[in-house]
Design a protein around this ligand. Structure first.
Ligand code: SF4
Length: 698
């Protein structure tokens, strides 16, 4: 239970912040602080100071204007510091991360008087690797030749750039963070300068003490608050937790924009194997091993496995030679082919098994070789390879080892068969770009990440807050709980909004002849927009299909040339900026946008007074994960439309409607041009999940 002392401290802190920051105390903000503090206060620790009871996880839906960041900082930081845990704040978008890092946290530190430290955590791919930089420079001067086995030798023209980077890092003018460079560096240049986890020899690296990534990583050890993004947190969890960030047991997580957690997690647990791409790295491996053998000095303990590796590579290549025509034939002209119930055909399975058999000893060989090369780089260890050999080969072998691991994982999941009572995996193949050419990828993904998150996150973390303006769908937390595996005992709260919705906004459903599936719908929409958009105001028209947005644009752009800005022609931030400039100049502006404009766009006051939602935003039916989930639900006699499609559409609709009111004195109208929202039973459920605006339904 929350102790009286903690309660008093948090209340005093809130009063202080309100006074110093001249804020208006808000009911929703207070409730949010109280609920977070109550949940974290209920944590019981075991002897190793880890949470050992069903408490400490709180899910708070708090709409725009609540002041969420201040609420969770006020409630969590004192409790984290008292428990000697770190607070990890994770966002889904860079925009919110920047706002928290550059504005909210500095303001909180200044006004709270709490002397805490904070640091931004980034993946290692954002940092300079001194070893890679040194190799690139050596290769340019002809001193090293192994890196060219990837056909990606650094360009001679970049030598001056690389030398510059080395000196500015050496002088301490630059900390090795790509984002702090002050200018853009091309991905093709940067890839020679940064290391993946398999290329990095970690503590064994001679440059470990000077390493930009490990220096930044070290700052996390002394920080009280770590700011990260969902992708980094999930990568860390996939690596077992504690690899890049502190271990979950030592953290109180705050997942802001928590509604993205499940989608992001699905991406991290998905494996994709390009058939041609496999042939490519196997060729590179063959070349690398040939060079290694030619170089000599292979330790006797490794001789047998390295000498037999070419045979295994040849067997893998042969399996891929048979696989390529088969997948081409299966896919035919289609872009994607999903396997029903995640079951791949027997003939395909046979070929994948033929690939897996020789891959196993090859993987073991690469694991051993990578370890031996890493050891040989360590001045404190007795390595089996000459240091110069290890320096040339460790990074390329590290990359090849990591590719073999991905292939191995993919094959394991592609070939696995789930028991009848277990949620199946989705399996599909799809056409994809491959350099100038194309490839066919075999893909496998869980359709739910609930179990993975439960085991890697919720069971392990010291505490967690999940928050967003839209966590409920159809007015319940069921969907997010099912998708993310949040425990049933978590504290789910929806806090009241500070906005007086019935008096500041109206939802209008105009009388239309056609529903979205009817032939005359497009023309009717064009006409409605022409007649009802006030070109002297700020309007946002949200489409759920690119084709429909284009169709409206084709008709209306000639008439609205001065007012209209359309997604796809300019970056999102530029569209917002130009729109604001128009309104500031006293003109009107109209933005046409898709799903990404329904979220994260902040156009307060006059910038936006009319939001038009053209169609109920149902998900694209051909998404393989959606399709696999629907199929699985149907097989269980469940209704995927009511359980899956509708709740997801509800979340998107609430997000779209949320663009209108950003501040207490905002006013405006939301027009929904889809008559199904009033004519169908499910439409009423969607309407009732929207904020309580005044309604004009026809
Ligand atoms: S520790 Fe790893 S990332 Fe850092 S310089 Fe060495 S190899 Fe590169």
């Amino acid at each position: 239970m929350l102790s009286q002392k903690s309660k008093d401290e948090i209340q005093a802190l809130y009063r202080k912040l309100v006074e110093k920051m001249k804020l208006t105390p808000r009911m929703g903000q207070r409730v949010m602080i109280a609920e977070i503090a109550k949940s974290l206060g209920a944590i019981v620790e075991d002897d190793s100071e880890e949470r050992c009871n069903d408490a400490g996880i709180v899910v708070v839906e708090a709409g725009t204007g609540t002041g969420k960041t201040l609420a969770y900082l006020t409630a969590t930081l004192p409790m984290a510091m008292a428990a000697e845990k770190k607070l990890l704040i994770s966002t889904a978008t860079i925009a919110l991360q920047e706002q928290i890092l550059d504005k909210d946290i500095p303001a909180f530190r200044e006004n709270s008087g709490i002397p805490f430290k904070f640091a931004l955590a980034k993946g290692r791919g954002r940092y300079l690797c001194l070893v890679k930089l040194d190799k690139a420079l050596q290769q340019m001067s002809g001193l090293l030749s192994t890196v060219d086995l990837f056909d990606q030798a650094p360009e001679a023209a970049d030598q001056a750039l690389y030398e510059d980077l080395l000196s500015s890092y050496g002088r301490g003018d630059w900390n090795g963070d790509k984002d702090r460079l002050g200018y853009e560096i091309e991905p093709s240049q940067w890839r020679h300068l940064t290391a993946t986890h398999r290329e990095c020899s970690n503590r064994r690296c001679e440059q470990f003490q000077n390493c930009a990534f490990y220096k930044a990583r070290g700052e996390l050890d002394t920080a009280d608050i770590i700011i990260a993004n969902h992708d980094l947190v999930l990568s860390d969890l996939v690596l077992g937790g504690g690899a890049v960030l502190p271990a979950p047991e030592k953290l109180i997580y705050v997942f802001d924009e928590g509604h993205h957690l499940a989608d992001k997690a699905l991406n991290h647990f998905k494996v994709e194997i390009g058939v041609r791409a496999q042939r490519q790295w196997l060729k590179q491996l063959e070349k690398a091993l040939e060079q290694l053998i030619t170089q000599g000095g292979i330790p006797s303990s490794m001789m047998h496995s390295i000498r037999t590796a070419p045979e295994q590579i040849a067997e893998c290549q042969q399996a891929l030679t048979f696989l390529w025509p088969m997948v081409q034939e299966m896919l035919g002209e289609a872009e994607r082919l999903r396997f029903e119930f995640g079951r791949i055909p027997e003939e395909l399975k046979g070929l994948l098994q033929n690939l897996k058999t020789p891959l196993q000893p090859l993987l073991q060989c690469l694991d051993k070789l990578n370890e031996a090369l890493q050891k040989s780089l360590d001045p404190k260890e007795e390595g089996e390879f000459e240091r110069s050999v290890a320096e040339s080969f460790q990074a390329p072998i590290g990359i090849l080892f990591s590719r073999s691991e991905i292939l191995w994982d993919g094959l394991i999941w592609l070939l696995a068969e789930e028991a009848a009572d277990v949620t199946p995996y989705a399996r599909w193949m799809s056409k994809t770009a491959y350099g100038e050419d194309w490839d066919i990828q075999l893909c496998v993904s869980p359709i739910r990440v609930a179990e993975q998150l439960r085991k890697s996150l919720w069971w392990r973390c010291y505490g967690a807050v999940v928050t967003s303006a839209t966590l409920t769908s159809l007015n319940t937390f069921n969907q997010i709980a099912i998708e993310t595996g949040l425990p049933k005992w978590a504290n789910f709260q929806k806090v009241v909004s500070p906005f007086d919705y019935p008096n500041i906004g109206t939802i209008r459903v105009p009388k239309l002849q056609h529903d979205p599936k009817a032939e005359g719908y497009q023309e009717e929409i064009n006409n409605w927009l022409r007649d009802n958009i006030n070109l002297k105001e700020g309007s946002l028209v949200l489409f759920s299909s690119r084709a429909q947005m284009k169709a409206c644009n084709d008709v209306l752009y000639p008439e609205w040339r001065d007012e209209l800005l359309v997604q796809g022609f300019l970056p999102k931030s530029e569209i917002v900026k130009r729109h604001q400039e128009k309104i500031d100049e006293g003109k009107g502006g109209v933005i046409f946008g898709l799903a990404s404009f329904a979220e994260g766009i902040d156009l307060p006051g006059n910038y936006l007074t009319h939001v038009v939602i053209v169609k109920i935003p149902f998900a694209v039916p051909d998404d393989p994960l959606q399709a696999a989930t629907s199929e699985w639900m149907e097989s269980q006699g469940r209704n995927p439309f009511m359980e899956l499609t509708l709740p997801a559409a509800s979340v998107r609709l609430v997000q779209a409607a949320g663009r209108l009111i950003r501040k207490e004195d905002d006013v405006g109208v939301i027009s929904i041009l889809d008559k199904r929202i009033v004519s169908s039973r499910y439409g009423r459920l969607l309407l009732d999940a929207l904020p309580p605006f005044k309604r004009q339904l026809h």
